[in-house]
Design a protein around this ligand. Sequence first.
Ligand SMILES: C[S@@+](CC[C@H](N)C(=O)[O-])C[C@H]1O[C@@H](n2cnc3c(N)ncnc32)[C@H](O)[C@@H]1O
Length: 398
Amino acid sequence: MNVFWDTIIEPLITKLKPKHIVEIGAETGKNTVNLLKYCKENEATLYSIDPKPQFDVEQLKQDNNDRFIFYKALSLNVIHQLNSFDLVLIDGDHNWYTVYNELKLIEKRCQELEIPFPFIILHDIDWPYGRRDLYYSPDNIPDAFRKPFQKKGMKPGISELKDDGGLNPHLFNAVYENNFQNGVLTAAEDFMKESIHQLEMVKISGFFGLGLVFSEEMILNKKEIISFIETLKTSETLQKYLEKLELGRIEELVTRSNLGLLYNESKLKIEVNQNEIEEQKAQIEEQKTQFESELLKYQEKLDEQKKTFDQEISKYQTEANIQKNAQLELSNIIKRIENSIHDRNREIEELSNTINKIESSIRYRIGEAFIEATKSPIQVLKLPVKLIKLFWESKKFK
Ligand SMILES: C[S@@+](CC[C@H](N)C(=O)[O-])C[C@H]1O[C@@H](n2cnc3c(N)ncnc32)[C@H](O)[C@@H]1O
């Protein structure tokens, strides 16, 4: 609605001079700020209603004191609490049930308070939501009034929702359009038909369409407003021209929205890829750290094994040296023993030679003794003594 501020809403308000303004659907608060500026300058009060405002409500309250009263709620739960309203801007939940009942409640409250029906400014009376419901929160709409809906986009001239792209693909849009109790304009028309007031609606094409709904009573004797409203009524030719302009604008919007979707999809894909790359990088880093620590452990183990191995080798080398020395010593001993055996053998040989010589000498002397004995009897007597002597001699050598 903000887009209509300087060309339609502000000029209208300055002529209407409302003291109590109700805003249904504040969203980012752009229009709220404009309305508050008017309220400050004209000692008026703004009552804003939105279950999900997207601005700092407390800050705006602080800046405007009691000129700004905010209801973080659904319009249908608030209207019966309001005590005064000269102007109501309806731009909340764009569906038949909500808009029809907002208008009904406003009318009922006016009767209770015995005040005139307020001036109504209604957004989204043209395509896409003039004849098709949108549900911000489908659960808030009673089953009997909620049309089948899907989170899919729309294209002008095509009744079916689009499988991809289109306008507002992120919102819950009714599957059908142009039928019974469907859309914002239908709601306003149905209400007006049943109203106890004589109501008129002036439609302004462009930017999804704006409707000004007012009673004769409301503008009675207010010449300025009457003539301003007259300026808003266009000729048939100009109306067609405006509708064509709006169609072009919407087609641009759809193209832009499709491009936006494509951009977001690509951005998302890039982000997913980047995240995957980051994850893989982190995994590689982790594996590298793990591998390095394993390597360090193996290196330490290897060093330890090398140390033990070196110690074993030096132990074996020492033992081998000891054994080699022992072998050397043993072979020396063997050699010495062999030499000694050799010496002993030689000695034995020499001795046996000597014995042989002595034995042959004793045999010779024995023979001599026997020959001597043949020579005289005394010699015979001496023979045994000589033989015993020789025997002992030979024994001694042996
Ligand atoms: C199109 S935006 C309003 C834009 C705003 N009027 C502007 O001109 O900047 C619709 C807003 O209506 C609010 N909304 C939805 N359902 C509502 C309800 N039942 N009562 C009041 N506000 C509602 C949404 O939270 C959203 O912020």
